[in-house]
Design a protein around this ligand. Structure first.
Ligand code: ADP
Length: 263
């Protein structure tokens, strides 16, 4: 197995010389789910956007299969890397038209409309995300949760190897949260998809990740990385979030569950 499919090397990120994070190092293998957690403003979204080169790295590299992502030709990168970002756009096109945008990197020269294989791919991921019944609806007329599912379907229609997601479950109710995270688990198992996501919900991070990256706002770097059990501990959460919590093992999964401790 390729241990370093995604290799983040000494990455520093920020804006106009304002450093937000420095010395970020982690690796992910194919089929691994990596979740970035940390307090508000600790740089989770900035890091996620720096990985594919959406924001220029101030220092260091993000390598995919040993290739520098910031130097990768745009069309090739669009086939290999898909992003699900916040906030959701509300635009005037149908859900199906929107999901079909995910097929654009596969259009051949002089191909101006989608071909049957693109329609089949869009249909497949509309079904995967449970929104086939909405395909003729305008994006502006569906709920924000449904729009989030459409954005995920569009990203999957790109059939990427690396999926970057900024809080993919933030607008979803508990059943849709479970559906999306189950889908990510299936995709990683069946298609070796590597996922890096930002997650506010520490319980979801603990439950669905292979590796957790905890960012610290004060030191502007990685506080701890490792398995959910290694990272999501009472001491680490207290140190980084300055909040007293109880961490107990979920009796069903054995994964860490986080509960607020009443003062
Ligand atoms: P998080 O996702 O952990 O809440 P962000 O990555 O959004 O954190 O923000 C980290 C820091 O970068 C914050 O201080 C924020 O104000 C700053 N920041 C975010 N976006 C921009 C931007 N477009 N221009 C300048 N500073 C930004």
């Amino acid at each position: 197995m390729n241990r370093q499919f995604l290799d983040i090397q000494d990455l520093a990120c920020g804006y106009d010389r304002q450093m937000v994070l420095h010395h970020i190092n982690f690796q992910a293998q194919k089929g691994e789910v990596v979740t970035i957690i940390g307090p508000n403003g600790s740089g989770k979204t900035t890091l996620l956007k720096t990985i594919p080169g959406l924001i220029h790295a101030l220092e260091g590299y993000a390598l995919l299969d040993q290739e520098d992502l910031s130097q990768m030709p745009a069309k090739l990168k669009a086939k290999r890397v898909a992003m699900v970002m916040q906030p959701m756009e509300s635009i005037y096109m149908t859900v199906e038209e929107y999901v079909l945008l995910g097929r654009l990197p596969y259009f051949k020269t002089y191909q101006f409309i989608e071909d049957p294989s693109d329609i089949r791919a869009a249909d497949k991921y509309l079904e995967y995300t449970g929104i086939s019944h909405l395909k003729g609806e305008s994006l502006s007329r569906i709920s924000s949760g449904e729009r989030q599912l459409a954005t995920i379907a569009k990203a999957l229609a790109q059939e990427p190897e690396l999926l970057l997601m900024d809080e993919p479950t933030s607008h979803l109710d508990i059943s849709h949260q479970a559906q999306i995270l189950k889908l990510i688990t299936d995709l990683k198992q069946q298609h070796d998809l590597t996922v890096v996501m930002v997650q506010h919900d520490l319980n979801l991070a603990g439950e669905y990740s292979d590796q957790v990256i905890l960012l610290d706002k004060e030191t502007q770097t990685l506080y701890k990385s490792g398995s959910p059990k290694e990272v999501i501990t009472e001491a680490h959460i207290r140190a980084v979030y300055h909040t007293d919590v109880v961490v107990e093992s979920n009796p069903h999964s054995g994964r860490p569950g986080v509960f607020l401790r009443k003062s």
